[in-house]
Design a protein around this ligand. Structure first.
Ligand SMILES: Nc1nc2c(ncn2[C@@H]2O[C@H](COP(=O)(O)OP(=O)(O)O)[C@@H](O)[C@H]2O)c(=O)[nH]1
Ligand SMILES: [Mg+2]
Length: 223
């Protein structure tokens, strides 16, 4: 089959993109310095729309809030649905509405952290806009990156998005309660992930019921 792949210089905005990515990386480093200065552990949560990021966040906040002061930055195009849900569970939340942008960037996060009481936060979660492609190239300054995908995204979600998995520190396979219905093999999905990143921790969850959330928490406590 004929496959068209652009060569270097054949994509219109390549130069613009390179300087933009460089600037973003610099700002991400600035953000990380601020997190370190305030002794905050920052964790990026990435995944498609509906994969279960917010549900997981709520479960994690519920379980950790007695021991840690938690901040959350939620990215969404226009709504505050996720922010409202997470706030109810007991975290300090800042919403970023990106409008038409399909991902957060380090500049937006640097604005958000100006509005958080950093001295009163131990753990900061950053839920990105639902997307498995664009956020990959935009580090935000977090120390760890968790990629969440769900069984309802079908059997090819990993092999179709290799780059996002390369940059991850942990992968969560959510909605395993629906794996059989979706005719998705967890063994195959895990094999696909290990081919991209052999030693990455993989945690299976049913976020809606809190199943598997303890394992994520243990990883974070030991990270
Ligand atoms: N069956 C099932 N549904 C889930 C699970 N986790 C989340 N959901 C549902 O999936 C939908 C999208 O979840 P949400 O956390 O908003 O996804 P996000 O867009 O990644 O933040 C909601 O209706 C959740 O209740 C799960 O483990 N199993
Ligand atoms: Mg969400």
């Amino acid at each position: 089959m004929k496959i068209i792949k652009p060569k270097s210089g054949e994509i219109f905005d390549i130069e613009l993109e390179e300087s933009l990515l460089k600037k973003n990386r610099e700002l991400a480093e600035e953000n990380k310095k601020i997190f370190n200065q305030y002794d905050i552990k920052a964790i990026d949560i990435l995944g498609s729309i509906g994969s279960g990021k917010t549900t997981l966040m709520c479960q994690i906040v519920k379980k950790l809030k007695k021991d840690y002061r938690i901040g959350v930055i939620t990215g969404d195009l226009t709504t505050t649905i996720d922010a409202d849900l997470i706030k109810k569970n007991g975290a300090q939340v800042i919403q970023i509405n990106t409008g038409k942008e399909c991902h957060l960037d380090a500049k937006l996060v640097s604005e958000a952290i100006k509005n958080l009481p950093l001295k009163e936060i131990d753990l900061l979660f950053i839920e990105n806009v639902g997307n498995l492609i664009c956020p990959g190239e935009f580090p935000l300054g977090a120390h760890y990156r968790i990629v969440v995908f769900s069984c309802t995204e079908g059997p090819y979600v990993v092999i179709k998005h290799p780059y996002i998995f390369k940059e991850a520190n942990m992968v969560v396979i959510n909605k395993i309660d629906l794996a059989k219905n979706m005719k998705v093999s967890l063994t195959k999905l895990k094999r696909d992930i290990k081919k991209i990143k052999p030693f990455i921790p993989i945690i299976e969850t049913v976020a809606r019921k809190g199943k598997g959330v303890e394992k994520i928490i243990n990883f974070l406590k030991n990270a």
